[in-house]
Design a protein around this ligand. Structure first.
Ligand SMILES: NC(=O)c1ccc[n+]([C@@H]2O[C@H](COP(=O)([O-])OP(=O)(O)OC[C@H]3O[C@@H](n4cnc5c(N)ncnc54)[C@H](OP(=O)(O)O)[C@@H]3O)[C@@H](O)[C@H]2O)c1
Length: 314
């Protein structure tokens, strides 16, 4: 394992954080700090019964997952709020995200929709409010820009400390930025893992000082097992070298590129193991590169496949 060197923070440039024995923080373009490892309330959690979501999320917060990734779409903002209260962790120590649901009829109504999210969360503010998917603007740049102005108004009110987007391609970001926004999105949350590396949108985000967060980071282990990272022996080999699990290596591969990793788990052993392992090892730049090169031998998009034509790897 690499030695502890400093508490250097990452930023949207893609610089890897230095290792310092705690979940690393990334400084957003608005100076707010975001923990680089998050616990998600979507995917598996959106399918669980209410009490199970509260229990699993409370366990995750108590273990040290202080960045919580929620959304109206997940149908469990109320459970997230209850877990936050049950954890007894001070609100100021937590980083809570929620997202505007992908409903075209919400354009023009964002303040009212957001107010309902806050009510369900039982919070006075969120740390981050995201447009869940650009599709709600129907591919109309002026509609997207006016939607963004609604988020800017919420930001100005102080009820969302940072605002950003999710599932935006480079073209969607260009369309939003063409509206000359007062606030540049702080982050773009996208699917990202070694089998879906998103270079066009990530390059644009770095140029514009927009951070990137990655969902579905464990896809090579849980959704596409047996791909080149396994047939080459690379992923099992790195897990063995660092004495961690393959999932830890994949999360660290994201973080070591200056990207925020969003995972989830209902398994207490796994939740605790992420919090103890992730801060305590770091991949070398060569290992980050080799995973990228080996991963690039396969292409697997795991979410929103129907939005793309065959052969489109954006
Ligand atoms: N913005 C968007 O459109 C969007 C889309 C998708 C997701 N997200 C966000 O990202 C979060 C994480 O997404 P994700 O679920 O795709 O993350 P992920 O990190 O790729 O997968 C997490 C899942 O992997 C399972 N897992 C981990 N290790 C395993 C193992 N060794 N064997 C079997 N299963 C294992 C976990 O199950 P256990 O419970 O068994 O540990 C958990 O359900 C979501 O909750 C959501 O907040 C956002």
């Amino acid at each position: 394992m690499n030695s502890i060197v400093s508490a250097f923070r990452s930023d949207p440039s893609g610089t890897a954080p230095k290792q310092h024995g705690a979940v690393p923080m990334l400084e957003l373009n608005d100076s707010n700090k975001i923990p680089m490892l998050a616990y998600g309330l979507g995917t598996a959690n959106s399918k669980y019964a209410s009490d199970d979501v509260i229990k699993a999320t409370t366990t995750a917060i108590k273990a040290g997952f202080f960045h919580l990734d929620g959304a109206e779409m997940y149908g469990n903002e109320t459970e997230l709020g209850k877990a936050i209260a049950a954890s007894k962790i001070p609100r100021s120590s937590l980083f809570v995200t929620t997202k505007l649901d992908n409903k075209p009829e919400y354009v023009g109504q964002v303040d009212a929709v957001f107010t309902q999210s806050l009510k369900r969360l039982n919070l006075e503010y969120v740390d981050l409010y995201l447009i869940h998917h650009p599709a709600m603007a129907g591919g109309d740049p002026s509609r997207l820009q006016s939607l963004w102005r609604e988020l800017e108004a919420i930001h100005a009110s102080g009820r969302a400390k940072s605002i950003g987007v999710s599932n935006f391609l480079a073209e969607d970001l260009e369309a939003l930025l063409a509206g000359d926004p007062k606030v540049v999105p702080a982050i773009n949350q996208i699917e990202f893992h070694p089998y879906y590396q998103r270079q066009a949108v990530i390059t644009l985000c770095r140029e514009k000082n927009i951070a990137v967060s990655a969902y579905a980071p464990l896809s090579p282990v849980i959704r596409v097992p047996g791909g080149p990272l396994h047939t080459s022996g690379l992923l099992p080999g790195l897990a063995k070298k660092y004495g961690v699990n393959e999932a830890d290596v994949l999360l660290r591969w994201v973080i070591d590129q200056g990207i925020v990793a969003i995972t989830t788990s209902s398994n207490e052993v796994r939740v605790n193991s992420y919090i103890s392992n992730i801060p305590n090892f770091k991949l070398t730049p060569k290992e980050v590169e080799t995973i990228a090169e080996t991963g690039a031998e396969a292409f697997h998009r795991c979410f929103f496949q129907s939005n793309f034509k065959e052969g489109d790897t954006r």
